[in-house]
Write a protein that binds this ligand. Structure first.
Ligand code: GLU
Length: 294
């Protein structure tokens, strides 16, 4: 055990690293994990599923600059991370293999619109369930819970955040359209903000000293700190509750229910996905119960 932090009801503890078993059997939907591809799937009353079948595969909105969550290795072309494996698990449950999937990188600010436009069938990418987003789309899940944290330079004297206002007078960077930037802008007017479409841009600014901190979900920040262990650190202190859902088109409660059932009746699969991805960074989080379809 190296250290334990328990805040906002979420226990974060370092745990032993898990071995990742790669599997590439032909009937797998996953690049890293082995998901059984369902056969004879029918989702009566889901226009989104009908479109996927007609097309021959799903178009899934994802992130690709978030290590351990949604990441694209530019050299190998491989996608990896907790959200990617969740996306593949869903695809397999709908009867699609890895080769049938089209991944579409969509930034935080553009997620609802991509679903409203029908550009993607579903979205899996650190997507917090919020009431205002629910006006435009439906969410399956939640499948993960985290909270807002802060990433700073290792040189910083700060070790923890007691209150977000600890950053008053400083410049904090986050992604446009995200819940953390909204929280700062709504509630902490004395904090200066810098926004980009993607968090990796904020991390670059932090590394070059242009901003004092990057704020977003702790689960995301841990991945960036692990990429730059000598330069960056995540501060203790977790704010807000971010419940990750799978975005589906508004009104497609059949698809929403299908994904909820998968999460609820999926046995050990959630844990296996977590252990092979986010769990590698040392955090320990339990699978949350899903929200009932409204
Ligand atoms: N979970 C937060 C949100 O959905 C922050 C992470 C993100 O931007 O994807 O806005």
């Amino acid at each position: 055990m190296r250290r334990t932090r328990t805040l906002a009801g979420i226990g974060i503890a370092t745990v032993a690293l898990f071995a990742l078993t790669a599997c590439n059997s032909s009937d797998t939907a996953g690049g890293g994990l082995d998901f059984e591809v369902a056969t004879d799937v029918s989702l009566d009353g889901s226009p989104t599923f009908d479109a996927m079948v007609e097309r021959g595969g799903p178009i899934i909105g994802v992130k690709e600059d978030q290590p351990n969550l949604g990441y694209l290795d530019a050299t190998t072309g491989e996608r990896s991370g907790f959200d990617i494996e969740i996306a593949r698990w869903i695809a397999a449950s709908l009867g699609f293999e890895e080769g049938d999937i089209t991944y579409e990188p969509i930034a935080s600010a553009n997620r609802e619109q991509a679903l409203v436009n029908g550009d993607i069938d579903y979205y899996v990418g650190t997507y917090s369930i919020t009431d205002s987003r629910k006006e435009q789309i439906n969410f399956a899940g939640p499948y993960f819970v985290t909270g807002q944290g802060f990433l700073v330079s290792s040189d910083s004297e700060m070790t923890e955040v007691n209150d977000v206002s600890d950053f008053n007078g400083m410049t904090v960077c986050s992604a446009t359209g995200s819940t953390p930037i909204q929280n700062i802008k709504d509630n902490y007017p004395e904090i200066n903000t810098q926004e980009y479409d993607i968090y990796s841009q904020c991390v670059e600014d932090l590394l070059s000293g242009k901003v004092d901190a990057v704020t977003t979900d702790a689960a995301i920040l841990i991945g960036y700190a692990a990429q730059n262990p000598d330069e960056l650190k995540v501060l203790d202190g977790l704010f807000t509750e971010e419940r990750y859902g799978v975005g589906v088109p508004k009104g497609d409660t059949v698809l929403q229910e299908h994904i909820n059932t998968l999460f609820t009746e999926g046995g050990d699969t959630w844990q296996e996905i977590f252990d092979a991805t986010l769990g590698q960074s040392g955090i320990q989080v339990d699978q949350p119960a899903v929200d009932p379809v409204e």
